[in-house]
Design a binder for this molecule. Structure first.
Ligand code: TPP
Ligand code: SF4
Length: 337
């Protein structure tokens, strides 16, 4: 594996002009994918419609992604982007890999390529679930990056299959006595393993070293590698910019989206998130950090700590139970080989 400092000094894949919100976690996630893939191998990146995708171009003349202004013929530095429809980034990545392999087998292409598909959780886990699972089940040698901001952000912050219970979204509003999202999130890590992925990880870019290691290991995987990237969304989760990394660390440590790396044949591990609830930060701290949960918690005027609103105490307890089951499930999945 490459050293963290060496990777950090490589070129990212952003040029001036990205329209991601200032402080968006996806920006940190993607720039570091750019650095890891600046490894001398041509990168082909398929992008499903999402915040990431629309941020990469601005009509009529801004191309905000790429390594400087190099030509696609510059194999060592090229970061090519194939834009495509919302739900099909994994399928296009799989097709790219197949064509490259055939050209290579027939001697028409001598250079290797690395292929990554990026989608939001709406693209990968709702409308694009078929494409996502099919690519995994075919063991296609590509990396699927899923930027999990738990909503369809780009079209107005609608609920997705990854939305946390009780979250306030535009289609599950917490108002006039409504509780916010009442559905349980899809068990997407388990699903990716069950579908046959060679490697599955859930790592926040807030843990820079671990994140870059996960991306680098995924690129070396002989089957489909899936990286779920928890991506706190300033506008949808409703917090101030400057808080992104702190919220990402808190979410990982209190058990909402623990860091997890698993590889077929080797098993996996959960990092920085103890199995026992008492050893983790309280879920109230995470809920209080975002206004999408302020119908559940309030700040104690004397201590300044977040606590359950009395009328929502039972809901916060059930959320605590969901977090514990989430942590338990990942510890059990880590034992699978
Ligand atoms: C077939 C189809 N349906 C709907 C849309 C509209 N659309 C574009 S992006 C998007 C939401 C994307 O959500 P997600 O994948 O979670 O990415 P995010 O915007 O959160 O980054 C939708 C519904 C579309 N482009 N194509
Ligand atoms: S809406 Fe959310 S996910 Fe989209 S660019 Fe802004 S902060 Fe990032």
């Amino acid at each position: 594996m490459s050293g963290y400092k060496e990777i950090a000094l490589r070129e990212s894949c952003f040029r001036p002009g990205s329209t991601l919100c200032p402080g968006c976690m996806e920006s940190i996630a993607l720039q570091n994918v750019g650095r890891v893939t600046d490894n001398g191998v041509k990168t082909v990146f398929t992008l499903g419609t999402s915040c990431a995708e629309v941020s990469s171009l601005a009509f009529p003349n801004v191309v905000a992604w790429g390594r400087d202004y190099r030509s696609p013929d510059d194999y060592a530095k090229s970061f090519s982007i194939l834009h495509n429809v919302f739900e099909s980034a994994p399928t296009l990545a799989e097709a790219t890999r197949d064509v490259a392999d055939i050209l290579h087998d027939y001697g028409a292409m001598s250079q290797p390529i690395q292929v990554i598909a990026a989608s939001g959780d709406g693209g990968a886990l709702a409308i694009g679930l078929r494409s996502f699972l099919h690519t995994i089940s075919r063991r296609s040698r590509v990396t699927l990056l899923v930027l999990v901001n738990e909503i369809f952000a780009n079209t107005g912050f609608q609920y997705s299959p990854a939305t946390m219970p009780f979250a306030d979204t535009s289609t599950t509003p917490a108002m006039d006595g409504s509780l916010g999202n009442t559905r349980m999130p899809l068990d997407y890590i388990h699903l990716a393993i069950a579908a046959g992925a060679g490697m599955v990880s859930q790592v926040s870019p807030a843990y820079g070293k671990l994140y870059m290691t996960a991306v680098e290991r995924s690129l070396k995987c002989k089957e489909t590698a899936v990286i779920f990237v928890p991506a706190p969304c300033i506008s949808g989760w409703k917090f101030e910019d400057g808080e992104t990394v702190r919220i990402a660390e808190l979410g990982a440590q209190c058990g909402v989206f623990p860091s997890f790396i698993w590889e077929k044949g080797k098993g996996g591990s959960v990092k920085d998130c103890p199995r026992e609830q008492a050893d983790r930060p309280k879920i109230e701290n995470f809920l209080g950090s975002q206004r999408r949960f302020h119908h559940l918690v309030r700040k104690n005027p004397e201590t300044g700590a977040y606590e359950a609103r009395p009328e929502r105490a039972a809901d916060v307890e059930s959320l605590r139970g969901w977090v514990q089951s989430n942590v338990e499930r990942l510890y059990k999945l880590a034992e699978l080989t």
